[in-house]
Design a protein around this ligand. Structure first.
Ligand SMILES: [Zn+2]
Ligand SMILES: [Zn+2]
Length: 351
């Protein structure tokens, strides 16, 4: 039996690079992909830290690009030899929500590398991965030279997620405030510039992250030194931000977002919440008429746009990559990511 190397979560906090069976196509809508690059995402830390309970021995990873090695008989939009990026979320395309353009809320949502609760798909931190519903899940990569591979890698998750979070609420000229300068927050800030924000304010407490934000033209606010609400008020004629992005997924970030948004504005939440309930100043939000948008991102709706903007040189999320490592060092990579020693780690399965 053919085997491959894969990053396996044996149990919480125990990641091992193991030799496992090489997967095979069993469904006509699937493709077998050789993974060229894969990344570790903040969401991978949910099962890693045991905050999302998944079964033992799951192959992790939902951000990857690769080369198609074999296609199922029902696949028509990609062929053997094509290079493609996969949406981290797999949707069916024909349920009630998919037909209403909400693939993130597909009745049969599957996410790579998050265990049986999310469809039992093996992840992309491996030499090979099976991509179901490939015509819908994959996008062929633009030609060589139009953006680099790492930029395109992030179209399957953090870039499309940050982009959608801004795009669903922004009007040209708006002030966008981003709470949390992690990878999704930085992608959202980058998207805000492309989508017509007059100014983008990024709130964090980590100097290196604020520096990244500044390097893409955002106004950094260090929450340890300045009250973010005061800073945003100063920059908006005392209105507050038109659109506030909670890119953290922690109740304290959401509370901060509530204090930054103007009346009639919107809070958009790409950050992931697993809490049963959260205390919010709901009367205040009601009186301010604040719109709140959240939920699993509708990645496939925004892959074409973000790939085109990457090809045009207008989005370059690869600048946020802090570490490039061989996949064989994934155990150490997870430790570093968990200990906040890395902003974004890309793994090379061939090394
Ligand atoms: Zn992710
Ligand atoms: Zn569906």
């Amino acid at each position: 039996m053919a085997t491959m190397k894969a990053v396996v979560l044996r149990k919480p906090y125990e990641v091992e690079v193991m030799e496992v069976p090489k997967p095979e196509i069993t469904d006509p809508g699937s493709v077998l992909m050789r993974v060229d690059l894969t990344a570790i995402c903040g969401t991978d830390l949910h099962p890693f830290e045991g905050r999302v309970a998944i079964e033992d021995d799951v192959i992790l990873g939902h951000e990857f690009i690769g080369t198609i090695e074999a296609v199922g008989s029902a696949v028509s939009l990609v062929s053997e030899g094509d290079r493609a990026v996969a949406s981290c979320v797999v949707s069916c395309g024909h349920c009630y929500n998919c037909r209403r353009n909400r693939p993130g809320q597909c009745m049969g949502t599957m996410i790579f590398g998050l265990g049986v609760t999310f469809g039992g798909l093996s992840g992309g931190q491996a030499e090979y991965v099976i991509v179901p519903n490939a015509d819908r899940t994959l996008r062929r990569l633009p030609e060589e030279g139009q953006g680099n591979d790492e930029d395109k890698l992030f179209v399957g998750d953090i870039m499309a997620t940050g982009y959608e979070a801004v795009r669903k609420f922004i009007q040209p000229g708006d002030t966008v405030a981003v709470v949390g300068a992690g990878p999704v927050g930085l992608c959202a800030a980058m998207a805000a510039g492309v989508l017509g924000a007059s100014q983008t304010i990024v709130v964090d407490k980590v100097a290196a992250r604020l520096k990244e934000a500044e390097s893409i033209g955002a106004i950094p606010v260090d929450a340890d030194e300045t009250d973010p609400a005061d800073a945003v008020q100063d920059l908006t004629d005392w209105r507050g931000a038109d659109v506030v992005i909670d890119a953290v997924g922690h109740p304290s970030a959401l509370l901060s977002a509530c204090s930054l948004v103007r009346s009639g504005g919107a809070i958009s939440i790409p950050g992931v919440y697993t809490e049963d309930s959260i205390d919010l100043p709901f009367g205040d939000l009601y009186l301010k008429g604040v719109t709140i948008g959240q939920g699993v991102a509708n990645i496939t709706n925004f892959m074409d746009e973000t790939l085109a903007l990457i090809a045009a040189g207008k989005l370059d999320p690869s600048r946020f990559v802090s570490h490039r490592m061989p996949m064989s060092e994934a155990t150490e990579a997870y430790r570093m990511f968990h200990d906040h020693e890395a902003t974004k780690i890309v793994l090379d399965p061939a090394r």
